[in-house]
Design a protein. Structure first.
Lengths: 114, 115
């Protein structure tokens, strides 16, 4: 079965500090993609970063990086130099070549403190 | 606009009524997805289309829910005999194609409230 697990319901981080949001996944497919989305209080789902299962290097997009550990089936999001605007819900998602649908975790609510 | 557009943004309906939710995907995107998100939860898959056909409707909760995409662009999610438990935000997303592992782009959602 395909599953995404996010074990941190809520996280706090001081402004300008780095924070890691955890994500583990379960799939028997060899080809899959891992995604992180941000959902501010306005409700829109904003795509942040993508990691393919065959990518050998960790993905980076500006202040976002994905710590991909394939053997552990983890895909943690690292946000560097946190900003107040980073306060939001963050969802980890997976899409496999077998099912094509995006499976989401339950999310982590991040609060950045001034 | 260039993004995914959903209408209406809010819908309040009485229990037992019929509702239609509309999604306009990004032009050129062949894959279209519907999700439902309850408060404090992650998006829950309902159905996705590749072109005009529903490729996977395994997430539709029961036969009161139905979705169409007759011309391979705009999609409508239809809910018959609405129940209070159907209250949620319904999200639509589109991606370039099913075959590629690319990100899906989401609309702002339709907040459905059944009273």
């Amino acid at each position: 079965a395909q599953k995404i697990t996010q074990t941190q319901p809520g996280m706090f981080v001081q402004e300008k500090e780095a924070v890691t949001l955890d994500c583990t996944y379960d799939t028997s497919d060899q080809s899959y993609g891992l995604f992180w989305y941000k959902q501010p209080s306005s409700g829109e789902m904003i795509f942040l970063i993508y990691q393919g299962s065959y990518d050998e290097q960790n993905a980076t997009e500006g202040r976002y990086s994905l710590n991909f550990q394939k053997a552990r089936k983890s895909a943690n999001l690292v946000i560097s130099a946190s900003q107040l605007g980073d306060s939001a819900m963050y969802f980890c998602a997976m899409r496999t070549s077998g099912t094509y649908k995006y499976i989401f975790g339950t999310g982590t609510r991040l609060k950045v403190l001034a | 606009g260039a993004g995914v557009s959903q209408t209406p943004s809010n819908k309040v309906t009485e229990k037992g009524k019929y509702v239609e939710l509309r999604c306009d995907p990004i032009s050129g995107h062949t894959a279209l997805y519907w999700y439902r998100q309850s408060l404090g939860q992650g998006p829950e898959f309902l159905i996705y289309f590749q072109g005009t056909g529903a490729a996977d409707d395994s997430g539709l909760p029961n036969d009161r829910f139905f979705a169409v995409r007759p011309e391979g662009s705009v999609s409508t999610l239809k809910i018959q005999r609405t129940e209070r438990g159907d209250s949620a935000v319904y999200l639509c997303a589109s991606s370039f194609s099913i075959e590629r592992n690319t990100e899906a782009f989401f609309g702002q959602g339709t907040r459905l409230t059944v009273v």
